[in-house]
Design a protein around this ligand. Structure first.
Ligand SMILES: [Zn+2]
Length: 317
């Protein structure tokens, strides 16, 4: 199938004036030589992919071997994949603890739930869980292996139900969506008045993003369409009638982003065995520097963690 691209205006302020920022290869197809353009809006500074694949043909970019959210559906795994799966066990418990600090039990909707490992953790701890996942293979895996209630439907399908959700989560999903504002508006209608939307996102203003530039793994072109920072997510939330209450760094994600960025650089080197320890050490060092730099600055809106977890709720009158 031929892949079609479209040029778009700024998804945040709708201005069509922008400047090129980076040229980035697809990290799973570096060898084919194609690059995708990331631009910066000249009006509001928002950073986004432009041009981008049309929504109808983007799914083919998600079926690459090694694409982490769908690893469970793959038969052959390399050493990095095994490490990822091992760390994922800690990660899902960490996410549950974050949520249970807000509410000990309730009803959760996970948007873009992948193969369902996080929802499975919640279900095992007596949460009522619902997931949506566009990838049919991942959706089927979550249903069959974990017995989860997961569907490939649009979020708007849930608007018919009277029951509201206590938590709606987006673990590294919002940056993939073609209509993030409309998605948040729907979430607002699905959310209990006291509920929270949790959004995990990489931060393009972070120390590690600046260090790795076009090699920064979280650019993930052309799957990541939007690159939010705290200010732009606050503006987007406000436009959807929501309030961004606070955010914090995701520590594991800083190590993931840095080590995977080093892996990307290393994949282009001839003498990989020799340089591996050097790149591993540098990745760890950059991750720790990124965490230290962003936790050392007190001014909340200018903290730039490698990835942040944002807490969003309905705006109070
Ligand atoms: Zn703009």
């Amino acid at each position: 199938m031929r892949i079609e691209f479209e040029t778009v205006s700024c998804p945040l302020c709708e201005t069509d004036k922008y400047e090129p920022k980076l040229k980035v290869p697809d990290r799973f197809k570096v060898e084919d030589g194609n690059v995708h353009q990331i631009v910066r809006c000249l009006n509001c500074g928002f950073v986004y992919l432009n041009p981008r694949p049309k929504a109808g043909c983007v799914s083919q970019f998600y079926r690459s071997e090694g694409y982490q959210p769908f690893l469970s559906t793959q038969s052959s795994l390399n050493v990095w994949d095994w490490i990822y799966r091992w760390v994922r066990g800690f990660s899902v418990r960490y996410k549950r603890h974050k949520i249970e600090r807000l509410k000990s039990k309730g009803r959760i909707l996970d948007v873009g739930c992948g193969t369902g490992e996080f929802l499975n953790e919640m279900q095992k701890n007596d949460w009522e869980t619902v997931g949506v996942e566009k990838d049919e293979q991942a959706c089927e895996y979550a249903q069959k292996v974990y017995g989860l209630r997961v569907s490939t439907h649009d979020l708007s399908e849930f608007e018919r139900s009277e029951t509201k959700f206590d938590v709606i989560s987006f673990w590294h999903v919002l940056e993939h969506l073609y209509a993030p504002k409309q998605t948040l508006e729907i979430c607002k209608s699905l959310l209990d008045d006291e509920g929270f939307i949790l959004v995990a996102l990489p931060d393009i203003a972070s120390f590690d993003a600046r260090f790795y530039r076009e090699h920064w793994v979280a650019l993930d072109a052309p799957r990541h369409l939007h690159h939010f920072v705290p200010e732009s997510l606050r503006a987007l939330s406000h436009s959807a009638g929501l309030e961004l209450v606070k955010f914090e760094q995701l520590i594991l994600d800083a190590f993931f982003n840095c080590l995977m960025s080093e892996r990307l650089i290393m994949s282009r080197k001839l003498n990989r065995k020799f340089v591996f320890p050097v790149y591993l050490l540098r990745g760890l060092l950059i991750a720790m520097t990124s965490l230290a730099v962003s936790s050392g600055i007190r001014q909340q809106w200018h903290r730039f963690g490698s990835s942040n977890l944002y807490y969003i709720r309905k705006e109070k009158d």
